[in-house]
Structure formats: C-alpha cells, structure tokens
Design a protein around this ligand. Structure first.
Ligand code: NAD
Length: 496
C-alpha cells in the first residue's frame, strides 16, 4: 500500500510571527497530535502576555504606513497572496487534514472557502468607498468615509484551522488595519503556514502577525488598550462570558460567533434521496465538528410508512460511511480532533440512553481498520424518539450524532426549533415553496437552508447567527466585515 505521507523526520517547534520576524516563544511548549495516527506532528508554544504585547507594539508601529498605503496598492498585495494560496492549495489542505483529522476533500473545501474571502477583499478600492451629499444646507457638503482603526485581534477555533481566521483577516488588512491572529493551539500549523504565505506576498512587517497560545494570550488581547476590536469564533461559554463581556468592559468592538444545535426539518414531500445525501454530509461531515452541522432531524407528518422507510434509509446510508485517515482519498469521515472530544461524544450517547432515546446506530461499536489507534475514531450514531428538551436533543455535542424527532406538522417543527437556545444554521427539506417560505420567515436562525444541509454563506454574504450562537451586531465576511473593520468618519464642510 502506498504511503499516505512521508514519516516526520524532525518535529518542529512553531514560532510566533511578529513584526515580520519568526520569533521563538519562551512559553510552555505542547504537542500538536495528528488524531488519526496519534503521532506528534509539531510543537506549539503557549505564548506569554509579554510576547503578545510585543506583537501589539509591532502591529501598532506598522499601522500608520499601512493606512497610508493606497487601497489599490493594498489590493495588489492581496492579489499576490491569493495567487500564493492557489499555488499552495494542496499543501494547505494536507496540513488541515493532518492536524484536524477531516478528510482531504473536506480540507480542500475549507481551503477554497478561505481563499474566496481573499478574493472578495481584493475589491477593497470600491468596497471601501464612502458617500457624499452636496448642499445638506446652503453651501455645506457632508460625506462619510470609512477609515481603519488600528490593531485588531482574531481568535480562531479548532474546527476550521485555515478558513475561519480568513473570515476576518483579509478584510481587516484590506481596510488598512493591522492584525494579530491567535489560532487554536490544537491546530496551529495552518495559521503558521498562512503567515508564511502572507510574508511572501509582501505584507509589510507588522501588518500580519501570529501569536500562538491559549487563554493568556486571549486575556492579554481583551485587556490591551491598543487592541481596537476582536473577532472570535468558538464556543458559547467563552464567546459570551469571556469575549463579549470583556470587550464591553474595555470598550472594544466585537464579533463573537459561537456554538450551535442545528435542527433540520424534513417534510414528507421532500426529495428523499437528495435529502438523505445532504443529511449524510450535514450530520457526519467534518465528523460532526461544524457549527453548521445538523444535529436534530425533525421528521414532519403522521404517515408511519413514510417515517419508517425514511429512517431505515438514513440508517443504511450512515452505516456505509467509510471512516479512516483523511489523507486516504476514499475515506468519507475522519476521527474526532482528540480523545477528550471522543469521550464527550461517548458521554452524550450514554446520556441519550439514560434519557430513554432509542439507539438505532451505535458509533461506539465501530472499529477502525488498518494500523490506526482508535483514540479519536467513532462511527456515526443515530437516535430516535429524542425529546427536544432533553440534554441529547438540546445541547451542543459537536460530534457525529443524529437525534431524530417526530412532529405532527410544520408549526410544531418550527416551535421546537425556536425553543432551542441556539440559532445558527437551521434548514428545511421540502418541494413546497409555500412551506419553505413559511419556514424561512418564522425560524429563528442566522443562516437558513432550503434543501441545503450546510448553510455556510459564501464570502460575499455575512456569516449569520442568532440567540446563543452570536454576540455582536456586524458579522464576518463581505460588506459587513468591511464595516466592522472601519470607523464611519463624517465630515461636514463649508467654505467662506
Ligand atoms: P473554544 O471556545 O474552546 O475555543 C475558541 C478559542 O478560544 C481558542 O482559540 C481557544 O484557545 C480560546 N479559548 C478557549 N477557552 C478560553 C478561555 N477560557 N478564555 C479565553 N480564551 C479561551 O472553541 P473550540 O472548541 O475551539 O471550537 C468549537 C466551538 O466553536 C463550537 O462550539 C462551535 O459551534 C463553535 N464554532 C462556531 C462557529 C460559528 O461561526 N458560529 C464556527 C466554528 C465553530
């Protein structure tokens, strides 16, 4: 059998990228482990407050010149960056699979979606234009011009190590700000590689910085008076209780995209085979570790024959998913990110059984083929008779677990969906335009899918989120990101 990857000869300790230099950290060093092989693939520093402060100094020093660089010139660097990302597409995708565990095709999708944000930000000369009114009073003109603010912090989660910082970073630098990215320390390689490409693209020293670490760096970011704003993507307890709260206290603008529990409503008139294909990628793609992964399948109607036949087909399809190391092109589902995340999924399966749900497919029974440790692997799991207010039916699990619920009509489906605390990516599968419109109008969700299982907005639309899934006003991506990263300065002019 051909080797999927070269054996690692030397495990490198990642450096921070500060002021255009690759700097060794004095912080504690921890292993980055490939969850499929359980081999250490890199070491990452947990940087100190002082190291973060040094990055702020560098970013602050770079800001005046970068602000003065014309939008057209900034956009030329972004075009070079985009070209380098394309040239390194496959390498970037492999890094994601190795550090996160997702399949190589899922990583390619992630790489592409990340690049698309750079492409959109390339349009900054027109995206950043302001507006003007002549004669708001006799002989007086007034205009509004978006201006950059200074240094921004970008905090990433573990589940999309490459793409998620790119929901913010290209817009932040395109608008003339400077940035410090704090990747998840579980998956730091992607952002180190991205910073190498940013350096090669020609961003001046201090414009694009990366500081590895954990909560010490985050807290330093939230406290630092020269950090003008923060974008955060991660769990609700951290996003709401740490990031949003602290940014309020310290007067920083903030986007906090948080956790989810997504409901997929399935109408009896849905296109069955297409719906089931979408369900497989939505519930089990990325091993369920997506904020837009469906978690609850709400099947509408009182037709027992439809229900039984549909559920049988769902279980059959899930049982056929090929699980393994994501670098193998034939694999359809990789491992969870680490053993603790697997244990968390196992815990929720036990909770589901205690709560009286009916286990139709038990992912714990899966055994990995080939020479791989089973620390992080688990199979797709399907429960039915799940109560929406149970822990299994209401809490974010972040793993490949489907909870099936049955309701009598669309109103009941919407009612139980809206009763959940989260509102990130709910969807409906139906052939009825009227049902789809009724659903889209009434469902409380920042992203809504109509016959779409993963409701991920493209780069020129904002990434939504409601209720416990989002804290803030403006969103990442596209025009809203441009607004977030700029101050609307209004000038009123009169000449005597
Ligand atoms: P997490 O909240 O544990 O970590 C996110 C980031 O915050 C990391 O960089 C981490 O180092 C840092 N952090 C963690 N605990 C902290 C603390 N106590 N103080 C300060 N900083 C802290 O999230 P995660 O496990 O990396 O990511 C999974 C979560 O992200 C899920 O809840 C998922 O739904 C959510 N997510 C949301 C979106 C979205 O767009 N809404 C997208 C992807 C992931």
């Amino acid at each position: 059998m051909a080797l999927l990857e070269e054996p690692i000869k030397e495990v490198k300790v990642l450096k921070n990228y500060i002021g255009g230099e690759w700097v060794e950290s004095k912080g504690e060093i921890v292993d980055v482990v490939n969850p499929a092989t359980m081999k250490t693939i890199a070491k990452v520093p947990i940087s100190t407050k002082e190291e973060f402060d040094a990055a702020v100094e560098a970013a602050k020093a770079a800001f005046p010149d970068w602000r003065r660089t014309t939008p057209l010139a900034r956009s030329r660097i972004l075009f070079r960056f985009k070209q380098l990302l394309e040239e390194n597409f496959e390498k970037a995708s492999r890094i994601q699979t190795q550090e996160h565990g997702k399949t190589i095709d899922e990583s390619r999708g992630e790489t592409r979606r990340g690049i698309e944000n750079v492409e959109v930000a390339c349009g900054i000369p027109t995206l950043m234009q302001g507006y003007i009114s002549e004669d708001i009073a006799h002989g007086i003109d007034e205009w509004c011009m978006p201006t950059p603010l200074g240094v921004f912090g970008i905090i990433g989660p573990f589940n999309f190590p490459w793409m998620i910082p790119l929901w913010s970073a290209p817009y932040a630098v395109a608008t003339g700000n400077t940035i410090i990215i704090k990747p998840s320390s579980e998956v730091p390689n992607s952002q180190s590689f991205l910073a190498e490409l940013a350096e090669e693209a020609g961003f001046p020293p201090g414009v694009w910085n990366v500081v590895h670490g954990g909560r010490t760096v985050v807290n330093a970011m939230l406290e630092h008076p020269d950090i003008k704003g923060v974008t955060f993507v991660g769990s609700t307890p951290v996003g709401r209780d740490v990031i949003y709260r602290k940014c309020g206290e310290t007067g920083k603008r903030v986007i906090a995209q948080c956790g989810a529990k997504n409901f997929m409503t399935i109408m009896p008139d849905c296109a069955v085979d297409n719906t089931i294909a979408s369900m497989m990628t939505s519930f089990f793609g990325n091993t369920g570790q997506r904020c837009l992964a469906a978690a609850n399948a709400v099947i509408v109607g009182e037709d027992d024959d439809f229900y039984n036949e549909f559920v049988k087909k769902v279980v059959e399809a899930a049982s056929k998913i090929k699980i393994g190391y994501g670098l193998d092109e034939s694999v359809q589902m990789g491992p969870l990110r680490d053993p603790a995340k697997k244990q968390n999924v196992v815990k929720y399966i036990e909770i589901g059984l205690e709560e009286g749900a009916n286990l139709l497919l038990d992912g714990r029974k899966f055994t990995i083929q080939g020479d791989y440790p089973d620390d992080c692997f688990i199979g797709p799991t399907i429960f039915e008779n799940v109560r929406p207010d149970s822990r299994l039916g209401s809490e974010e699990i972040f793993g490949p677990v489907m909870s099936i619920m049955r309701v009598k009509d669309l109103d009941e489906a919407i009612r139980i969906t809206n009763a959940n605390a989260f509102g990130n990516g709910h969807s409906i599968f139906t052939q009825s335009g009227a049902a789809a419109r009724y659903y889209q109008y009434n469902v409380e969700s920042g992203n809504v899918g109509i016959n779409i299982g993963i409701t991920a907005p493209v780069a020129f639309f904002p990434f939504g989120g409601m209720k416990d899934s989002f804290f803030g006003i403006l969103h990442t991506q596209g025009k809203e990101a441009i607004r977030f990263f700029t101050e609307s300065k209004v000038v009123i002019q009169r000449w005597f």
